[in-house]
Design a binder for this molecule. Structure first.
Ligand code: LLP
Length: 430
């Protein structure tokens, strides 16, 4: 648990605000973010990068809520986007287009147009075909598009296969062996300007080794390009630094950055990083209410009001998120009221934590030992990254509300969706 979500007595707080109060004011399910936690993780990156020219481009996909983007924009962050939609969010949140890098294997001509119009820092081009398309789009607009090639260093990130991106068989990036030829091609195209190189090998990495292996290969490529007179302004080493969900021991941000800087050995190119999860993952929790308890022959179920549509990671990756009661049961010794009928004692039992969605895969946690009753509140931890941004409306469930805590203040930053909004664009047959 991050320092910004903590028990005070037996009550779980976000910064100075009790989660019970938040649930009473804003309802559940509700994502709760800590502004201080967001700020602190960003500060750790900038502090570690001090003395080396750098840009931290927050990976918008991890959490694209405007308030989150706005917090980072105010801190001077750049942004890594993967769609025109994300670009529009960044601009709506006060982000600076000149600090935006655009990744993704399938950028459409319309998205390229939008990004060129906005004046982004760089397109991270992922294929030969995309290179030609970008040159055409820029030409039609009488512009020159700044680009990096996203190079696939063929390094095993040693993470979940669904979130490994740097292996040969992955759809991402251009093959390492083809990179030099593609850079030559880019140099010869009239509406392109080479500015950098980019790689991203996967997400939720818990060791520094694969990052360094990828960096070494990228640096060797940078040297080869320099020998051909292709000089780069920046080196983008991607995102991917993991966080602690349970027992993982990812490197601290400072140690990860220090290792990257050592690998750079004092080179002058600007270093760009595209962290997502490491900036937001532990800065958010999903607050949810226990609707029913159901006792089965083999398993007990705690049926909560959040579901796989709100937080897809457990279903999709079998990911573990810690789940804590918002109100801890006082231990018998410490509670004079317990046993006297003043406070109802709750027995702790092992529960499957499941949602209302009609899928067997709709669970947020397996076999959790909790002392809870109907109407108890639970907090699903480490839900700041790839929680809300991957949520859906499956089962016609309006998406959760979001709030941002800042010290002792709470700001609603996204209203709970209404069902009417969900089908507003739909039509009956004539
Ligand atoms: N840059 C690029 C090009 C990426 O593809 C990604 C993530 C990032 C940066 C940020 O990576 P991070 O620092 O957050 O690891 N939905 C999955 C994670 C998918 C990550 C995809 N790419 C999950 O919930 O674990």
């Amino acid at each position: 648990m991050s320092d910004y979500f903590h028990y005070r007595g037996n009550q779980l707080y976000a910064e100075q605000v009790s989660l019970t109060d938040i649930a009473a004011r804003f309802g559940t399910p509700c994502y709760v973010y800590s502004r201080a936690a967001l700020t602190e993780s960003f500060r750790q990156f900038t502090q570690a990068l001090q003395g080396h020219e750098h840009l931290i481009c927050y990976a918008v996909k991890a959490n694209s809520s405007l308030a989150v983007l706005n917090v980072f924009a105010r801190l001077g962050a750049g942004f890594d986007i993967v769609s025109g939609g994300e670009l529009q969010r960044v601009l709506a949140a006060g982000g600076d287009a000149r600090k935006v890098v655009f990744s993704g294997v399938g950028k459409s001509a319309a998205e390229m147009h939008l990004a060129l119009d906005a004046g982004i820092l760089c397109f991270n081009v992922e294929s030969a075909a995309e290179l030609e398309c970008l040159n055409d789009v820029a030409g039609n607009m009488s512009k020159v598009a700044p680009l990096s090639l996203r190079v696939n260093p063929d390094v095993d990130a040693k993470t979940h296969p669904y979130i490994s991106t740097g292996l040969k068989q992955s759809k991402f990036g251009v093959a390492y062996g083809e990179a030099v030829a593609l850079y030559r091609r880019a140099r010869d195209l009239p509406h392109l300007r080479i500015v950098g190189v980019d790689c991203h090998i996967g997400s939720q990495l818990t060791e520094v080794g694969p990052f360094i292996a990828a960096a070494e290969k990228i640096l060797a490529l940078v040297d080869t390009l320099a020998s051909e007179g292709i000089r780069l302004e920046h080196i983008d080493l991607g995102g991917g630094l993991g966080i602690r969900y349970r027992e993982e021991t990812p490197p601290a941000i400072a140690d990860y950055v220090a290792a990257l800087l050592r690998a750079l050995r004092g080179r002058g190119e600007k270093l760009i990083l595209e962290p997502g999860r490491a900036l937001v993952g532990n800065a958010g929790v999903l607050l949810t209410l226990v609707e029913y308890l159901k006792y089965g022959e083999e398993k007990n179920f705690a049926i909560i009001d959040a579901a796989m549509n709100d937080l897809m990671r457990p279903t999709l990756y079998d990911a573990y998120h810690e789940i804590l009661p918002v109100r801890r049961e006082p231990s018998p010794q410490s509670s004079p009221a317990s046993g006297r009928g003043g406070e109802r004692e709750m027995q702790s039992l092992i529960y499957e934590i499941v949602g209302p969605v009609c899928e067997t895969g709709d669970f947020l946690g397996h076999a959790r030992n909790l002392a809870i009753a109907p109407q108890s509140l639970l907090a699903v931890l480490s839900a700041g990254a790839y929680g809300m941004s991957m949520s859906s409306n499956y089962n016609t469930r309006p998406r959760a509300a979001e709030v941002m805590v800042d010290g002792d203040a709470v700001y609603p930053v996204r209203e709970r969706e209404t069902v009417a909004q969900l089908y507003a664009g739909e039509k009956l047959l004539p």
